[in-house]
Design a protein. Structure first.
Length: 378
C-alpha cells in the first residue's frame, strides 16, 4: 500500500475519496485526513450544501465528535446537487446508515419539530425522515419513549423522544414531533418477510386512522413505552393547558411523571427534576382572568414560568399538583388557605342573611297576629 504525505499547509479543501475502508480528503496529492467509516455513528445532510458525519464521543478524553463538509453548487450541475451526492456516498459506508429492509412509506407528514413536511420511511431497524433539504435517520435503539398527546378531536401529537439528538444546522432536536390525524383513515401496504411478520405480528395491509397506524407500527418495531395524555389531567374535554413560555405560545400537557410543553420546539420537564411548583397572580377576589404557573427546577437550573393560564383551570391544576405530590411553594399554600377562608366567610354571610330573613318573617307573623287580636276586641 502506497503511503501518502500529509498536507501541513493548513488547507481545508480538496478532493474526497470514499470507499468501504476509508474516507480521504486530499489536496494536490497531499493527504489532509484519512478516516475509517467504522468510526462513524451517523451521517446526515442538514441543508443543500452541508453534509455532517458524527463520531462516537462516549469515551473519556478529547475526541473528534463531528465533521462537516461544505459541498457548494456548481455551474455544471447534475440531477443531484453536490451535497446530496456526497451524502449518498458517505451514507453507503456509514455502518448505522445501512438500513434493513424498507417496510413502508408515509409521504408528506407534517412535523412541528423540526418544522416542515417530510416523507417517513419505516425500515426493519430504523426510521428515515427526509425532504428535499434534510435527511435524518433514527435507529430504533435511540428512541427512549413515545408520547401520544391529544390536541383536539381531529389531531394528536406523536412524539419520538431520542437519546441521541438530531442536529439541523445549529439546532439540536431531542424529540421529533409529528401532527397526525385522529380520524382520517389511511391504508399502509407493508413489505414484510415471513420471519419479520411472525416476529412483529404486523400484517401486509393495515387500515386505521393515521395516528393509531403509527402507534401500532412503532409499538411493534420498537419495544419502548408509549405514554398517552389524559390519564391524570383532563379539563373541558381537553388534555392540556394553553399558555405561554416566554414569548412562545403553546400547549402544556400535565402527564403522570412529567410536564410536556409543545410549541415550535418541545420541552419535557420530568418530576424528578422539579424542586417545587407555585402559582402567581391568583386569589378568590382577584379580577385577573389568567394566572401564572411556575416550576422551580433542582440545582441551579432556575425556573420556568408559564403565563396566561385561564382562571377557570385553577382548581383542576391544583388538584393535579396535590395528587402528583409535588412540593407546593408557600405562595400557593397561602393562596389556597386565603381562598378557603374567603369561601367560609361567604358561607357565613349567607347564613346570617338567611337568619335575618327568618327573624323578619317572624316579626311579620307576630304583627299580623296582634292586628287580629285588636279586631276581635273591637
Amino acid at each position: 500500500m502506497q503511503e501518502k504525505e500529509y498536507c501541513v499547509s493548513g488547507f481545508n479543501w480538496g478532493r474526497i475519496k470514499i470507499d468501504k475502508s476509508s474516507v480521504q480528503l486530499t489536496h494536490d496529492g497531499y493527504l489532509i485526513f484519512d478516516m475509517n467509516p467504522k468510526d462513524f455513528t451517523k451521517s446526515s445532510i442538514s441543508n443543500k450544501t452541508e453534509v455532517s458525519i458524527e463520531f462516537d464521543d462516549s469515551k473519556d478524553g478529547d475526541a473528534l465528535s463531528e465533521i462537516k463538509f461544505f459541498a457548494p453548487q456548481t455551474e455544471q450541475q447534475n440531477d443531484k446537487d453536490n451535497a446530496t451526492e456526497l451524502y449518498d456516498r458517505i451514507a453507503e459506508v456509514t455502518p448505522t446508515n445501512a438500513a434493513g429492509k424498507e417496510v413502508c412509506l408515509f409521504e408528506n407528514i407534517g412535523f412541528l419539530s423540526p418544522k416542515g413536511h417530510y416523507d417517513v420511511k419505516i425500515y426493519e431497524d430504523s426510521v428515515r425522515v427526509q425532504n428535499k433539504t434534510y435527511d435524518f435517520k433514527i435507529n430504533y435503539k435511540d428512541i427512549v419513549r413515545y408520547y401520544k398527546l391529544r390536541k383536539d378531536e381531529d389531531t394528536s401529537f406523536f412524539i419520538l423522544n431520542l437519546s441521541n439528538p438530531l442536529k439541523k444546522g445549529k439546532s439540536i432536536y431531542e424529540c421529533l414531533v409529528m401532527e397526525l390525524s385522529s380520524n382520517e383513515e389511511v391504508t399502509a401496504e407493508l413489505h414484510l418477510t415471513k420471519e419479520f411478520e411472525n416476529k412483529t405480528g404486523l400484517e401486509e395491509s393495515m387500515t386505521d386512522n393515521e395516528l393509531d397506524l403509527f402507534v401500532e407500527l412503532f409499538r411493534s418495531l420498537c419495544n419502548v413505552p408509549i405514554i398517552s395524555s389524559g390519564h391524570k389531567f383532563k379539563t373541558n374535554d381537553s388534555h392540556f393547558l394553553k399558555c405561554n413560555l416566554s414569548t412562545n405560545e403553546g400547549f402544556l400537557f400535565p402527564m403522570s411523571d412529567s410536564f410536556i410543553f409543545v410549541f415550535k420546539r418541545i420541552r419535557i420537564i420530568m418530576f424528578k427534576d422539579i424542586k417545587s411548583v407555585d402559582i402567581l397572580r391568583m386569589n378568590a377576589s382577584n379580577d385577573n382572568k389568567t394566572f401564572d404557573f411556575v416550576i422551580n427546577l433542582k440545582g441551579r437550573r432556575g425556573s420556568l414560568q408559564f403565563t396566561g393560564m385561564n382562571r377557570n383551570e385553577y382548581e383542576n391544576l391544583v388538584g393535579y399538583l396535590k395528587e402528583s405530590q409535588l412540593k407546593l411553594e408557600e405562595t400557593l399554600q397561602n393562596t389556597e388557605r386565603r381562598m378557603e377562608e374567603e369561601d367560609d366567610d361567604s358561607g357565613d354571610n349567607d347564613e346570617e342573611y338567611h337568619a335575618e330573613e327568618e327573624e323578619s318573617g317572624d316579626d311579620d307573623i307576630m304583627s299580623e297576629s296582634d292586628d287580629d287580636d285588636e279586631e276581635e276586641q273591637q
